[in-house]
Design a binder for this molecule. Structure first.
Ligand SMILES: [Zn+2]
Length: 283
């Protein structure tokens, strides 16, 4: 069994209100690696109207051996204070999201070389993804399939590590993308409108952005984000219709690489299903 981790400090009152329970996961793939015990922290709401961000769930199936960490739950330390700064710009994040964020520590294979062309199929790496608790199990399942298929992930580092945008309307997604970082929750609007991004709801993940750039074709030219990104479908770490159909559809997720405008190759999101905490409904 995985040793329960210390609660991240974003918990409001760990000593008084946190309980620990362990859930045995049903994923056979995980069993091969670690005996698959997922430790879940939950918190009873014992305070009044004060509403700091609450990470109400920690999903971790990391064994202590043979795993190299790109990031851990401790790297989400800056989220709470910085989220308040973003909320001052964009308005309060709805409680159905804010109070039900989860940290999922995912395991994956990465690259063995600096040019990111050779997959290291020996050493597992791990990183912390911040998502809505509703999709925490989906995210675990997706990364288990990616691991099974030795699909390489360059790195997983929480978005707050990259700092805020200059105008504090979200965390610095441009810096994260340029670093080929895979990330999920980011309270921000869509690049093209004032609509809340699915990342602001914690139900979307951007995977290996340099290999899977967003491409927007307009009459006056084509924009690629990140600018150094290049989409080469047969390159390791690249999302394609074939490799996303298999593992996303059964979970009710969809791939932005199918979108005509922009074609967002890095983006996957929960698009079907229900979540009791959210005010919006998925299709
Ligand atoms: Zn995205």
């Amino acid at each position: 069994m995985t040793r329960p981790k210390k609660a991240p400090f974003v918990f409001r009152d760990p000593s008084a209100s946190m309980t620990l329970r362990s859930n045995v996961s049903s994923f056979a793939t995980g069993l091969i690696y670690l005996g698959m015990i997922a430790c879940t922290y939950s918190r009873k709401d014992t305070t009044g109207s004060v509403s700091p961000m609450v990470i109400d769930k920690l999903v971790s199936d990391l064994s202590t051996d043979r795993i190299r960490h790109h990031s851990t739950v401790a790297d989400t330390a800056g989220l709470d204070a910085e989220l308040r700064i973003i909320e001052a710009k964009l308005g309060p994040l709805e409680p159905g999201i804010r109070d039900h964020l989860a940290v999922v520590e995912v395991m994956y294979f990465t690259f063995a070389d600096s040019t990111m062309t050779i997959i290291d199929k020996v050493n597992l790496h791990s990183g912390a993804l911040v998502v809505h608790a509703c999709v925490a199990d989906d995210v675990k399942a997706i990364f288990e399939i990616l691991r099974r298929d030795t699909f390489p992930i360059a790195k997983v580092i929480p978005i707050n590590t990259y700092g805020l945008n200059a105008d504090s309307t979200g965390w610095n997604d441009a810096a994260s993308m340029a670093d080929n970082n895979t990330s999920a929750f980011n309270y921000r609007t869509k690049p093209t409108s004032r609509e809340p991004s699915k990342h602001g709801q914690g139900i979307a993940i951007d995977i290996n952005p340099v290999f899977n750039p967003m491409v927007r074709r307009e009459a006056d030219g084509t924009t690629v984000e990140p600018p150094q990104g290049r989409y080469v479908p047969n390159r390791p770490g690249t999302l394609t219709r074939a490799n996303t159909d298999e593992y996303l559809r059964p979970l009710g997720w969809s791939w932005g690489g199918r979108w005509p405008k922009p074609t967002d190759h890095q983006h996957i999101e929960k698009s079907q299903g229900r979540c009791e905490h959210m005010q919006f409904s998925l299709k």
